[in-house]
Design a protein around this ligand. Structure first.
Ligand SMILES: *Cc1c(COP(=O)(O)O)cnc(C)c1O
Length: 495
């Protein structure tokens, strides 16, 4: 029996896994959720003996039930290969009292690689399974990391084009250069005058524009999404939480069945939701510590039950978390309404219309395993410096936000359960902020010189992803206003 995926906004709209991957969003603008979260069929004991790829198969086969074993294993093996600079794929590193789950060993040195290295293969396989003849156009809004990871994943994949929109002045110089130097005949990168939410709203509008969909179809195209709302992004992210738990067992930090806590620097709520799904699958997890930066809409939500995006937007040193509309939270909202699509749709419509909604006390109980924390810019920088000085371990700004929230959690609760901190980017991706935090006197140099300086103080090799873009030519030049996003897409497709 195939697992049924249903819209968070309309109980009638269902899909198989491959259909959900192809579509990204549902027809009514909702998100696909599986009717139930399946259980892992492998024991904790046996999981410990498995490679990353084997764990990936054990997890993903439960969700992608209409993929054959051969199809899924093929996708996994194409994704988690020597694009990653370690066989472990996602190593767990103990630093002080915490365990850092390093999710940045892929080709673009941030955690988006964990899912975006496999999504193109899942998508092409899904297209084949569903007899899709149209060329697939991936449309993505990025706050920095998704863009490059998606471009790298889709570049020159036959039967696809990828168009990435990013906030022109909302990403780091290295992030921007990574995107603008992207090769591949099917890749397009466009800066917009606006912030990430503007970019995301523009993309969502195009996805739900029926006239545009018809025009595309006439011309042999159809949209799909690589954003973290796609179930094909979410499911691969469950894998590394399963792997982290087995590593804690192997390192003797836990006995089988004892819980770990997880701490996740959060933006769109995809990564932390994946950890929540890992628990539903059977992995013992105690608390989910949701870390925000100065854009602390989620922190406030966990405090009050009110989600309110009507507030000032800050550009911070952790730009991949500079988000006011946390898309994947919708899946959690749906769950805590008791899978009531009508009620969920009402909340989401209120969010679109008024920018705010408030959940009921009853619903709030469904969030009792979550703890919200947030870090100011000063706290983030101080954390990077503190851990560097105490342990010579250099972390990036996003990871530091999580480390601060973890301290807040321990202070508030005294809970010393072993905690896994999702380490979402290499410090080399945010070199300037990281070096500024450690010693601001480095400030005068270029970002690449700073990378060399970071290499000198940390002893960690400069990743290939940085070396490659040092001298690479800029290949993408388009910048537009938010109103012109659709026009730019039509221009690219010649329609
Ligand atoms: C995308 C991203 C995040 C936020 O992850 P979500 O799944 O959107 O919550 C955190 N850190 C980095 C480095 C990222 O790229």
């Amino acid at each position: 029996m195939n697992l049924v995926y249903r819209s968070t906004r309309n109980g009638e709209e269902t899909a198989t896994a491959s259909e959900a991957i192809l579509k990204g969003l549902t027809n009514d603008g909702g998100l696909f959720v599986p009717d139930t979260i399946p259980k892992l069929k492998v024991s904790l004991e046996d999981l410990q003996k498995m490679s990353y790829q084997e764990i990936a198969y054990a997890v993903m086969k439960e969700f992608l039930t209409d993929f054959t074993e051969e199809e899924l294993k093929n996708c996994i093996n194409k994704a988690y290969d020597d694009k990653f600079d370690t066989k472990e794929i996602a190593p767990l590193v103990k630093v002080g009292d915490a365990y850092y789950l390093e999710l940045f060993h892929g080709s673009t040195i941030a955690f988006k690689d964990m899912a975006l290295s496999i999504l193109p293969h899942l998508l092409v396989t899904s297209a084949k399974k569903n007899h899709v003849k149209n060329e697939i156009v991936i449309l993505t809004a990025t706050s920095g990391d998704t863009g490059k990871a998606a471009l790298a994943g889709f570049a020159d994949v036959p039967g696809t084009k990828i168009i990435v929109f990013y906030p022109k002045s909302g990403v780091s110089p290295i992030q921007e250069k990574q995107m603008l130097t992207q090769k591949g005949d099917n890749t397009y990168v466009i800066g917009i005058h606006g912030n990430f939410d503007d970019a995301q709203t523009g993309v969502k509008k195009m996805f739900s524009n029926k006239n545009l969909a018809a025009l595309m179809n006439e011309n042999g195209y159809q949209f799909s999404s690589a954003n973290s709302i796609n179930i094909g992004r979410l499911v691969p992210q469950i894998v590394y939480y399963v792997k982290a738990y087995t590593d804690l067992l192997k390192q003797g930090a836990l006995k089988a069945g004892e819980p770990m806590n997880v701490v996740v620097p959060t933006g769109n709520f995809g990564n932390i939701l994946a950890s929540f799904y890992a628990k539903q699958m059977g992995i013992p997890i105690g608390k989910f510590i949701c870390a925000s930066n100065k854009n602390k809409v989620l922190f406030d939500f966990f405090q009050t039950g009110e989600y309110d995006r009507n507030r000032e937007f800050y550009v911070t040193s952790s730009p991949s978390m500079d988000i006011l509309i946390s898309s994947n939270l919708e899946r959690m909202i749906y769950r805590i309404t008791g899978n009531d699509a009508k009620q969920c749709a009402a909340f989401m419509n209120a969010l679109t219309k008024d920018g705010v909604y408030k959940i009921t006390e009853e619903m709030k109980k469904g969030l009792s395993e979550f703890f919200g924390g947030y870090a100011t810019e000063e706290e983030t920088a101080a954390k990077i410096k503190e851990v560097y000085e105490a342990h010579q371990y250099v972390m990036d700004t996003h990871t530091a936000v999580a480390a601060v929230a973890y301290d807040q959690y321990v202070k508030a609760t005294g809970d010393k359960t072993p905690a896994v901190i999702a380490s979402t980017a290499s410090p080399y991706k945010f070199t300037r902020s990281v070096m500024d935090a450690i010693d601001p006197s480095y400030d005068a140099e270029s970002d690449f010189e700073l990378a060399d300086e970071l290499n000198r103080i940390s002893g960690v090799k400069v990743p290939k992803a940085i070396e490659e873009i040092r001298t690479a030519p800029i290949l993408h030049h388009t910048v537009c206003n938010t109103e012109a996003m659709e026009t730019e897409v039509k221009k690219i497709l010649g329609i």
